[in-house]
Every structure is written in C-alpha cells, then in structure tokens.
Design a protein. Structure first.
Length: 363
C-alpha cells in the first residue's frame, strides 16, 4: 500500500470552511507561515510588524475561508493568494512610510545604477513585492510557486490546473516582466540570476512559535466573527507584541517548573528507596547487638556477685555497648529522613515527594 499523499491547500481550506476543522487550518498556517512572514518582512522591514502582518493575513483567510474555498480547484495552492494578501496588508499597515522609503531608494538607485549582472539582495528586497504585484494573477501565482515555494514545474502546473508546458511559459513570462520592471528602477540583471537570487533569499524562517500563535488567534477570529462577540475577538487578535511575549514567557516558566518538580520527585523517590535499603541491615545489626548486650549485662550482674569479670571481658562489654548506641542513633536518623521524605499531593503527573533538611547518614 503506497504512502498517502498530503492534502492540498484547497482540501484543507474546504475542511475548515465546512466543518471548522482547526487541525486543517493549523496545517495551512504551518505550511505557509515562512512564506507570508518573509514577504511581510521584505515590505515592512521590521520583524515585529512582519509578525503582525502575517497574523492579519491568516485572519483574513479564516474569515473568507468559505468564499475562497468555493473558487479553488481541488489541487490548488494558496501560496499566490497569500502573497497578494500579504502585499495588501503590508501596504495598509505602513502605506505612507513605505512609499516614502521606496521613492528615496529608487532615486538613489537611478543616480547610482548597478553595473553587475546578479542583483544584490539588499537592493532588490525593498521593491521586489511591489514589482511582483504588477503581474497578472496567473503569472504572479506561477512565479510564487516556482521560486518562493521552490516547487518543480510539474507541481506548479498541478496547483494551477494547467500542463507542465503552460506552467513553464507562465513562469518564464513572469520572470521576464519582473526583470524588465527592475531594469526601469536601476537594477540590471538576467532572468537566471534573478531567479537564483529570489530562490536563495526570498523565504526566511519565521520566529519560533509564530505559527502556533497565528493558528490560535486566526481560528478564534474565524469562529468569533460569526457571533455577537466581534469586539472581544478583535482585541484578542490585536494583542501587542509585548503581550504575546509575556504570555509565551509565562507558559515557558510553567512548563519548566513542572519538569523541575517531576525531576525532584524522582530524585526523592530514589533517596527514599536507598534509605529503606540501608535500614534493613542496621535493624538486624541492632537486634544482634541488643542480644549480645543483654547477654553481657547478665555476665556483669553475675560478675558483681562473683567478683570474677576479667578486664578484657569488661572492655569488650564497653565496646559492644558503644556500637549498640551508634546503631540506635543511625536508626533514629533514618526514621527522621523517612518522615521528612513523605509523599506529597498527587496530581495528574504522578506522585511527588517533599524532603526538608535531609542529612547523609553513614551506617
């Protein structure tokens, strides 16, 4: 039996739209977070703002899931739609600053055109998404799938519902239009060098935990906006970066505390077992010494009456009494340790122990 093929973006989106499957939506977010975050980062030039843009993009996807799912073919990819949505969100977030920055960069590039063939990423990055947004939808999606998602032409054609040859023509056409646009803005390059630069630099890993945060917030938004608690959902989705950081830190602390307590409980259980093993031979030794002490005590009583106890016997008696006292003291210490290492509360993680002021005991 062959391996099952992973579900397409369209299938996952349809599952979420029809049955509210959070796992399906989470898979979509995990699959495309790096793409969306990287596209946002190129445009807003700030990691925090890029995270906000990415969250807004997937929130929009959750809200419009039912409408969008009805327009996609079964094998379609959302990569192109997500990039277009990212572009719109970034423009809404930083429209004035971005346009001013773009005009300044373009003016500098026109004054100092680059003579090299391969474009420098620092020069290409600020205007790449603006250039791509000028392509028609078919060329845009083909370019994103081929060079941003690094899919082969067969996969591109399958996602777009066209043949491999048609997909290749769309990619080549989109790349040429992009190269011409960049040439008008002072960046001279070849199609092959441009493709290589995009493939190598366009997608960067999103911050750890961003996909989980986005999934939770976006699913909540998609559910809540269908009810009368719209304002509450907006406040939840619009948490500041500082609030998200505090929540993440609190969760990490709670998990770390649980791991530490479990480790401590394991150590205390081992210590209690060791003490129990040490107690058995000491108990036997104490019983033996008590018997011998009783026997010698009888001899002392007889000696007092008969005046016949030798010096050697008297010294042996004192030695045995000293050993008996040491053993009794050791057993008392072990009893205290067992009482201190008593079982504590039971919870869902298992039995934990409490131990206060334990000391090492040498038998």
């Amino acid at each position: 039996m062959g391996d099952m093929q992973p579900k397409s973006d369209a299938q996952l989106l349809r599952e979420y739209a029809e049955s509210g499957s959070e796992s399906a939506f989470t898979e979509l977010v995990t699959r495309h977070t790096d793409l969306v975050y990287s596209a946002a980062l190129r445009q807003v030039l700030s990691s925090d703002l890029a995270c906000d843009v990415a969250q807004n993009v997937f929130t929009s996807l959750a809200r419009g899931a039912r409408t969008l799912a009805g327009k996609l073919n079964p094998d379609a990819s959302l990569a192109g739609w997500l990039c277009r949505c990212t572009r719109n969100q970034a423009l809404n977030l930083r429209r004035d600053d971005f346009r001013r920055h773009s005009r300044e960069r373009q003016a500098m590039e026109n004054l100092h055109p680059s003579p090299e063939t391969a474009p420098e990423w620092d020069r290409l990055c600020p205007i790449l998404d603006e250039a791509i947004s000028g392509l028609n939808e078919a060329d845009h999606d083909a370019l994103v799938l081929r060079y941003f998602k690094n899919q082969d032409l067969c996969s591109v054609g399958l996602a777009l519902g066209v043949s491999d040859d048609t997909a290749q023509k769309r990619v080549a056409r989109a790349l040429e239009k992009l190269r011409e646009y960049l040439a008008h803005h002072g960046i001279t390059t070849t199609g092959a060098a441009l493709a290589l630069a995009i493939s190598a630099n366009a997608v960067q890993a999103a911050p750890v935990g961003l996909a989980v945060t986005i999934s939770t917030a976006a699913v909540l938004a998609g559910t809540t906006f269908a009810t009368t608690t719209t304002a509450t959902a907006i406040k939840t989705i619009a948490m500041t970066t500082l609030q998200k950081t505090i929540i993440t830190a609190a969760l990490a602390t709670a998990v770390g505390t649980g791991i530490f307590e479990a480790h401590q409980a394991s150590q205390l259980r081992d210590q209690l077992q060791t003490l129990q093993k040490q107690q058995a031979p000491l108990t036997e030794q104490l019983a033996q010494l008590q018997a011998e002490n009783k026997q010698l005590s009888n001899l002392v009583a007889q000696a007092k009456d008969q005046k016949s106890l030798s010096q050697a016997q008297f010294n042996e008696l004192l030695k045995l009494r000293g050993q008996t006292g040491q053993t009794r003291t050791a057993l008392q210490e072990l009893a205290k340790l067992k009482k201190q290492c008593r079982p504590a509360k039971r919870d869902n993680t298992g039995l934990s122990y409490q131990c206060h002021g334990a000391r090492n005991v040498h038998g």
